[in-house]
Ligand binder design. Structure first.
Ligand SMILES: [Zn+2]
Ligand SMILES: [Zn+2]
Length: 640
């Protein structure tokens, strides 16, 4: 008899060699129908796994978050069979899941093209409709190596498996693949799917190896989930910040400086609006602002630990025969500023912010518009405090972070707490105090968070802020990191109450992360339809004919006197053409003026994204627009 303990604490006894599926059936037919896999003693396994020992077991149903991954991976097997069926010369390499889908790397001399996807999908559909069972076949490593003799890819895969038992999976038909599993019980459990794309990929990312073909696919629980996903992808394409940035003249890249953004005049207006807001709110939260050099002596980076841990990502230069490094982080500079004065516990907490320009090397293949660049401005800050002050400081940083995110219209965030990694410095006791300070600050704010066990930096635990944009894409932006190492390395001290010198706690934190990347995210989140306070231009005055040009100029001056960013379109074009042009430039307010408006000192306002026009006195329009800028209102609509 095997005694099975269920998540609710109850136990069920089963005959030896009963399977997880039989257990699900015993619990209830509904559960058996929805079952996808099992979690046995914390490890995911097939439903067909025989149960011989006393174990903790949970049935994974289609509703569980792990189920989607198991189903997608199973779909990768089906895609592999379909490809091998169409191109029998295919050699399979490996097929893991990725965010929103899966891929399979294959070695095939003939190139697969998007035209071929339908053929692959049809074959996959056939396999899925046949509802064939996935079957696990186990053997020893030696047997597996003999079975796969001559297959360099799969033989290599076996070398990466640390278990003495090697498993293969078949799915009916003659197809079989080396895999550790688990899979859905039958191919019929695979949801709506699509073959998405094909790209070149080197084996193990090694450019000296043969170029493989990486075929991407996606699979979802329901047709609606798949449709929504495809729609989000379409929408993301339309919102691509690289395309919008070029079209709206916000920024550019040039072969003269790969990975280094050129911000144009309109992009700088957005940039400066963010900086103004950032300065204002940091002032309110009690921060000072400093600026430290970009180039610092190499010695400093030996001391900070960057030389040992980060050298590959740094740029170096020589001045008068002495080696210098371009800073990848602002912390060492911040430490040098700290050391220019004596400090007492009375000055703590000391919050020092810096919009620091940092350079980090990125391989040319991974750079992506503003999202991944080699030079960026980090909204950095370092807080120096005593251990008992940590928790209150963390609470304050969390409040500041949320206030900033909400100002930009982001409401969905989630938080992850990363704890002590295996390789770390500092006493366990200090780790416990700091990790507790981070988690109790989150508890105090009643913020749910996920724990990433062992994922902290080697010098201290950290909290990461992830936010979701309107296309449900998650972005890691802010971070709070406690540091026990750097203050010591740099010999930072303060005089405590008892007149002894102590080492302060150093908290590193960034809210937006990189200004460049954040602007890229804003462009895509808003599809460049920025709220008024961030818009490069607030309004354009559009006279309906030459006769009202004078009035248009008068309105323009009134707006400019009120410091609104605006211009007037006095061209010979018809007013509808002028409106279409302003629309294409995503200008929030188009102020149409004719003789009627001139007589009444009004403007006829067309608001971006709204159908209804509204006539309003010029003074009133100015007042409304200014209030929206002050309040950072996202909605452009107004009551006259
Ligand atoms: Zn598999
Ligand atoms: Zn730092």
């Amino acid at each position: 008899m095997a005694k099975i303990k269920l998540p609710d604490g109850s136990t069920i006894e089963l005959d030896n060699s009963s399977t997880a599926r039989q257990l699900a059936e015993k619990i209830g037919p509904n559960l058996a129908k929805q079952a996808i896999a099992a979690q046995i003693n914390g490890k995911l396994a097939d439903l067909s796994t025989p149960l011989n020992d006393d174990v903790d077991l949970r049935i994974i149903t289609i509703k569980d978050p792990q189920a989607l991954d198991i189903m997608r991976h199973s779909c990768a097997h089906v895609m592999a069979e379909a490809i091998c069926d169409i191109w029998p010369d295919t050699k399979l390499v490996y097929g893991p899941t990725v965010k929103d889908g899966f891929y399979y790397d294959i070695d095939l001399d003939e190139s697969i093209h998007p035209d071929d996807f339908e053929r692959i999908e049809n074959k996959m559909r056939e396999i899925i409709e046949q509802d064939r069972p996935f079957r696990r076949n186990e053997m020893t490593r030696q047997q597996a190596l003999e079975k796969l003799a001559g297959d360099k890819y799969k033989t290599d895969n076996i070398k990466h498996v640390d278990s003495p038992v090697i498993s293969f999976y078949s799915q009916g038909g003659g197809f079989e693949d080396l895999c550790r599993g688990p899979h859905v019980p039958t191919t019929g459990k695979i949801g709506p799917f699509k073959v998405m794309s094909v790209a070149g990929a080197y084996w193990h990312g090694d450019p000296t190896q043969k170029m493989l073909q990486r075929v991407y696919g996606t699979a979802w629980q329901t047709q609606k989930d798949l449709d929504d996903y495809l729609e989000r992808l379409e929408e993301a394409k339309k919102r691509d910040h690289r395309i919008l940035g070029k079209r709206l003249d916000l920024f550019s890249f040039n072969q003269a400086a790969p990975g280094f953004a050129f911000m144009h005049a309109k992009g700088m207006i957005i940039w400066n609006a963010i900086v103004d807001f950032w300065r204002d709110i940091h002032d309110r939260y009690g921060y000072q602002e400093i600026k430290t050099p970009i180039i610092l002596n190499e010695e400093l980076w030996h001391k900070s630990g960057h030389w040992d841990n980060y050298k590959e990502n740094m740029y170096f230069t020589d001045i008068d025969g002495i080696s210098y490094a371009i800073k990848p982080m602002n912390c060492p500079g911040g430490c040098l500023v700290y050391k220019t004065r004596q400090h007492s516990y009375r000055q703590f907490p000391m919050r020092v912010a810096e919009l620091g320009l940092v350079h980090r090397h990125e391989a040319s293949g991974v750079m992506h518009g503003l999202f991944r660049v080699r030079q960026f401005t980090q909204d950095d800050a370092h807080i120096f405090c005593t251990p008992p002050q940590i928790e209150a400081e963390i609470v304050s940083v969390i409040e500041l972070t949320f206030e900033i995110y909400r100002a930009f219209g982001f409401e969905d965030f989630h938080i992850e707490l990363s704890t002590k990694p295996e390789k770390h410095i500092g006493a366990d006791e200090i780790w416990d105090i700091s990790t507790n300070a981070l988690s109790s600050a989150l508890d105090y704010k009643k913020i749910p968070f996920k724990i990433n066990e062992g994922d902290g930096a080697f010098y201290g635990p950290k909290i990461d802020f992830h936010l979701e944009d309107c296309l449900k894409r998650s972005w890691q932006l802010g971070t709070i990191q406690l540091d026990f190492s750097m203050p010591q390395r740099f010999g930072l001290v303060y005089t405590d109450k008892d007149n002894t010198e102590k080492t302060p706690v150093m908290i590193h934190r960034a809210v937006l992360g990189s200004f460049e990347r954040f602007i890229g995210i804003l462009i895509e989140h808003y599809a460049a339809n920025f709220p008024l306070w961030l818009s490069p231009q607030h309004a354009r005055v559009l006279p309906i004919s030459e006769k009202t040009n004078d009035y248009a100029l008068k309105v323009l001056h009134m707006l400019k006197d009120a410091r609104l960013r605006c211009d007037a379109d006095l061209s010979d074009e018809k007013v509808n053409a002028k409106i279409a042009k302003a629309h294409a430039e995503k200008i929030p307010y188009m102020l149409v003026v004719g003789p009627k408006e001139a007589d009444a000192a009004t403007v006829n306002v067309r608001t971006r994204g709204l159908k209804q026009n509204k006539t309003v006195a010029v003074d009133r329009f100015i007042q409304l627009a200014k209030q929206k800028i002050i309040d950072k209102t996202i909605d452009l609509d107004f009551q006259p």
